[in-house]
Design a protein. Structure first.
Lengths: 227, 373
């Protein structure tokens, strides 16, 4: 990878600011509203707009039974439960992530037998840089939830392949594109990119124009064209 | 073909054979490393990524509106539903109301796209197994649907079908009549395929008992759509988590019993009939009114995240959108149904003959553009 091939990335500062707003888990309701409403206000001063648009924000789930049950069992490892647009989000510690997942799948009260999706987010600049995101669905109860766990760059995430077989390729994809390692995954190697590629493209510090020039030279015999 | 290292040429029992990436029955550039004992498959490994374009990375560097055409090109066989899933997510986050007429037309076009996608699947699946005639018949009907797409969207394949808040423009004159003509003739056409295949002894011998997976296991593997329903699990996102107005329409969710290639074939045929039913209802009840709601020129969802899942022709297609309040998505994760269902190939082909591998790849209905993104 060449260092000189790093043009400025216009929205990177925004990407860094956002996690701070989300990190506090209570984005001040005034901020998104002013942001989203500002261009409209300038365009046309329609009076019913304020009434029509309710400010969307994360709402804390206090009375949630799933949160209470999890808190009983895992106490301080469960950080919070929120909802955004009626989609519940549970933030847990990565230390007990595996146990929480087993509990969610095997307990007849929850029965989350279907791992819908598994992915990661990169909050570059934070102490805990990455955020693992799991979407779970229960066929029996018809409920969709999201589990989040923040990890730092060095931390290893427990693999959930032994709980849901479907996690196999999804974890390989996260490993490939984010460089997050999973412990207990028996075939953790790159899946979309070539095995000898360097770098993890979905990281925020990987510029969109960046390519592994050494790889391209070796395999495609294309020398980098002078700019 | 090369013998495995641990055995000499004479006592070679297990052969390693590369199928693809350039192979007509892998539906794109899929490479399967097969380990064969005679004609039996001992093991198989999928190697993918040949079509990886980094759609998720590109999305982070484009505005929400500029993202949309890229999703046309992930699953290019059913481009209409791909765009639909993403826009539903953006509209939910922006709290944009889509007018009723636009909702109905969207549902109609999505179902047309499901029929077109299933027709292409049937055509290629049949030709893989050796039934040439069905291929030609299916393309005849698919052509009619693509003509409808062209009339409304101006494109046949990468349609860029919908816009934030509704549609680009209203139905062109003569569209409703043409759509009605198609759905009136369609059941007869499906009967023609059934005559050629459903009771055909060769077809039954090649598909029954091939690639069997139980409902419980299918859930464990995260299978969705017709592949899951073929195993007897009655799950459809359109029914269980209705979106975009689907709750107003009557349709059944067909399921299979044995979870084999034949049942998945029957499920998909029945799904085409059900899609036709939905289109019929849309045409009968199509309301008047605008086709585009009030949507701002610059799409800037508030800080937040949303998972929008729809039932595409190949299974649950999800978009997990994370917004940081700017005009570019912080992250768009596409949950591709075929990427997830392709990993079950290894489990399904074990113990089958090599010729069945082709039938099983066909029955999973993969699109490599979506697998690799």
């Amino acid at each position: 990878m060449s260092e000189e091939d790093k043009p400025k990335q216009p929205q990177e500062p925004e990407g860094q600011e956002a996690p701070e707003a989300e990190e506090k888990e209570t984005p001040t309701p005034s901020e998104p509203s002013s942001k989203s409403a500002a261009p409209e206000k300038a365009a046309k001063p329609a009076p019913p707009k304020a009434a029509r648009k309710k400010v969307l924000s994360y709402e804390d789930l206090e009375e949630d039974t799933l949160l209470q049950k999890l808190k009983e069992k895992f106490s301080e490892h469960i950080f919070s439960a929120q909802s955004f647009l009626h989609q519940p989000i549970y933030t847990v510690s990565v230390d007990c992530l595996y146990d929480v997942m087993i509990e969610l799948k095997d307990s007849p009260d929850w029965d989350f037998d279907y791992l819908v999706d598994l992915t990661a987010l990169d909050y570059l600049g934070d102490d805990k840089r990455f955020c693992m995101v799991y979407h779970l669905y229960s066929y029996k109860h018809g409920k969709l939830i999201r589990i989040k766990a923040r990890i730092s760059e060095e931390e290893v995430v427990p693999s959930v392949t032994s709980i849901w077989k479907t996690a196999d390729w999804m974890e390989r994809e996260v490993y490939d594109l984010f460089g997050i390692e999973f412990s207990g995954h028996d075939n953790l190697k790159r899946i979309l990119l070539p095995d000898d590629w360097h770098g993890h493209p979905l990281r925020k510090d990987y510029d969109i124009k960046l390519q592994d020039q050494a790889w391209i030279k070796k395999h495609l015999h294309i020398r980098k064209t002078p700019e | 073909m090369k013998a495995m290292e641990e055995s000499t040429v004479l006592d070679a029992k297990v052969l390693e054979l590369n199928m693809g990436p350039q192979h007509p029955s892998t539906h794109g550039v899929l490479r399967v490393k097969l380990k064969l004992d005679g004609e039996r498959v001992v093991d198989a490994e999928c190697i993918i990524g040949y079509l990886h374009r980094g759609v998720e990375k590109i999305s982070e560097n484009r505005s929400y509106i500029e993202c949309v055409p890229y999703y046309d090109r992930t699953d290019y066989i059913a481009a209409v539903s791909n765009v639909y899933g993403f826009l539903l997510g953006v509209e939910a986050m922006m709290q944009i109301e889509v007018p009723k007429r636009a909702q109905y037309i969207r549902i109609m076009m999505t179902e047309f796209s499901r029929i077109a996608s299933h027709l292409l699947w049937l055509a290629t699946h049949a030709i893989d197994i050796g039934a040439m005639t069905v291929f030609l018949y299916c393309f005849r009907e698919r052509e009619e649907i693509l003509k409808l797409f062209e009339a409304l969207f101006g494109a046949r394949l990468t349609t860029h079908a919908f816009r934030v808040g509704g549609l680009w423009k209203d139905l062109p004159p003569g569209f409703v009549e043409a759509a009605r003509k198609f759905i009136d003739e369609f059941p007869e056409r499906v009967d023609e395929y059934e005559q050629l295949l459903t009771k055909n002894r060769i077809w039954m011998a090649r598909t029954q008992g091939i690639g069997v997976i139980s409902g419980k296991e299918a859930i464990e593997w995260g299978l969705t759509g017709p592949v899951l329903r073929g195993s007897g699990v009655r799950h459809d996102v359109r029914k269980d988590r209705p979106y975009g107005g689907y709750e107003e329409f009557d349709f059944d969710v067909p399921v299979g019993e044995n979870g084999d290639t034949y049942d998945r074939y029957l499920v998909r045929l029945e799904e085409m009939h059900q899609s036709r039913r939905i289109i019929q209802q849309v045409l009968d009840r199509l309301p008047d009114g605008p086709v585009r709601g009030k949507a701002p020129k610059i799409v800037k969802p508030p800080v937040g995240e949303y998972y929008s899942g729809i039932d595409g022709p190949r299974g649950e297609l999800g978009y997990y959108i994370v917004s940081d309040g700017s005009a570019h998505p912080f992250r768009v994760r596409i949950r591709p149904p075929t990427f997830i269902s392709l990993q079950v190939l290894r489990r399904l082909v074990k113990g089958h003959l090599m010729a069945d591998v082709i039938a099983i790849i066909g029955t999973l209905d993969i699109v490599l553009g979506e697998v690799d993104r």
